[in-house]
Design a protein. Structure first.
Length: 342
C-alpha cells in the first residue's frame, strides 16, 4: 500500500486528502476534515482536478472527521454534500453518544438561555455532528467509530492510534460538564505574550512552558499510515501531549516516521520538546495560516535545534497544497514543483 497525502491550504484549519493505492488493484480516497465553512468547494475542485481523473476503476471514497470543531468539520460537511453520492463510508466519533439524553437536554437549555459561550460552542458541535449523522443516512454511508481498538484497514497499513474508547469517553465527560465549562473560558483567545528573543534563544522552554490543550482537542483522531517500505506517516489533527502519551501506553512505536503533522496548526500548546524529538520524522508539516501562533516560531526553532535533519513545512508558505507521495512509481506525475521548508 502506498499513498499520496495532500495538505490543502485552508488557513487555520485542516483539510487533508489521502489517496491510498494497491497498485493495479484498488484506490481508496479519505477526505480528512475540510477546514472552515466555505472551504468545501475548493477541496472538491482539487479532488476533481488532480485525483478523480486518475483513479483506478475499482475505488472507494469516504471521509474522516477528527473532531467537530468549526475549522475541521464545517468544510467537510460541504464536501459530503457535494460528493456524498460517490462515497461509501464515514469515520468519526459522536460525543452525544457518550452522554445521557437528560444531560444533553441540560446543555441545550443552558445554550438557549445564553448562560456561557463555551456551552454555546459545545451545543453547536452537537448540531454539526448531527449534520454528519444525517448525511450518512441521506447517502447511505457506512459509519465507523474512530476508536483505536476498532479501526484498522489494509492489514494495519491504515490505523487509528487515538483516541481509545475509554480515553474518548473520559474526555467527553470532562468537556460536557456544565460546571466545568462555566469555570473556564475557552471562548476567549489567549493573550500570553511570548518575547521574540525567547522564541529564538530558548525555543524548547517556550514549547514546554504550557501544556493546556483543551479536552475536546485531546479527543482528535490520530491516524497512522504505513507505506510499502514500512515508513510511517502520522496525522495528528488537534491532538495533544496527553493524547500521545496514551498512544504510547497503548503500544504505539514511534520509530521509522517519515512525516508527522504538527498538531493544532503548529501551536506550542499541543506539543512538547520530548514529543517533537520522539516522533523524530524526516519532515513535519503544519496546516496553518502563518500567523504568530500558527505555526509558532518556538516550535519550529525547537525542531531545528534538536532535529537538524528534519525539514519543516507549512501550508501558508505557498498558499496552496503541500503534497507527499510515498512511491512515485505508483501514482501519476502531477507536475508539481518542490516545496520550500521554513
Amino acid at each position: 500500500m502506498d499513498f499520496v497525502i495532500d495538505f490543502l491550504h485552508v488557513g487555520d484549519g485542516d483539510a487533508i486528502i489521502v489517496w491510498a493505492r494497491e497498485p493495479n488493484v484498488h484506490d481508496y480516497i479519505f477526505f480528512i476534515d475540510g477546514g472552515n465553512k466555505g472551504n468545501g468547494q475548493k477541496i472538491v475542485e482539487h479532488y476533481k482536478t488532480w485525483i478523480k481523473p486518475n483513479l483506478l476503476p475499482k475505488h472507494g471514497i469516504g471521509f474522516i472527521n477528527s473532531h467537530p470543531h468549526n475549522d475541521h468539520i464545517n468544510g467537510l460537511i460541504e464536501v459530503i454534500e457535494l460528493l456524498g453520492s460517490e462515497m461509501t463510508f464515514g469515520i468519526y466519533n459522536d460525543p452525544v453518544e457518550c452522554i445521557s439524553e437528560e444531560h444533553r437536554e441540560k446543555i441545550k437549555k443552558s445554550h438557549l438561555a445564553g448562560e456561557d459561550p463555551d456551552i454555546d460552542h459545545l451545543y453547536e458541535t452537537f448540531e454539526q455532528i448531527e449534520k454528519l449523522n444525517s448525511l450518512c443516512t441521506k447517502f447511505n454511508l457506512q459509519r465507523y467509530r474512530a476508536y483505536s481498538e476498532d479501526v484498522k484497514f489494509f492489514f494495519g497499513n491504515f490505523k487509528i492510534l487515538s483516541p481509545s474508547k475509554s480515553f474518548y469517553t473520559k474526555k467527553v465527560q470532562h468537556f460536557t460538564d456544565i460546571d466545568f465549562l462555566k469555570r473556564v473560558d475557552f471562548s476567549q483567545k489567549t493573550t500570553t505574550v511570548v518575547r521574540e528573543e525567547d522564541e529564538n534563544a530558548a525555543p524548547c522552554y517556550i514549547v514546554d512552558e504550557i501544556d493546556d490543550a483543551s479536552p475536546e482537542n485531546l479527543t482528535s483522531t490520530v491516524i497512522q499510515l504505513i507505506d510499502s517500505q514500512n515508513r510511517k506517516y502520522i496525522l495528528t489533527a488537534d491532538a495533544g501531549v496527553e493524547s500521545f502519551d496514551e498512544m504510547l501506553k497503548d503500544g504505539f512505536d514511534p520509530k521509522n516516521i517519515e512525516l508527522a503533522q504538527l498538531p493544532h496548526h503548529g501551536s506550542r500548546r499541543n506539543v512538547s520538546s520530548t514529543w517533537l524529538q520522539r516522533f523524530n520524522p524526516q519532515m513535519y508539516i503544519a496546516s496553518a495560516a502563518g500567523n504568530v501562533k500558527h505555526p509558532r516560531r518556538a516550535v519550529i526553532n525547537c525542531i531545528k535545534r534538536n532535529l537538524p535533519n528534519c525539514s519543516v513545512y507549512s501550508t501558508h508558505t505557498s498558499g496552496n497544497t503541500l503534497s507527499y507521495t510515498t512511491n512515485r512509481s505508483v501514482f501519476p506525475n502531477r507536475g508539481w514543483g518542490s516545496a520550500k521548508p521554513l
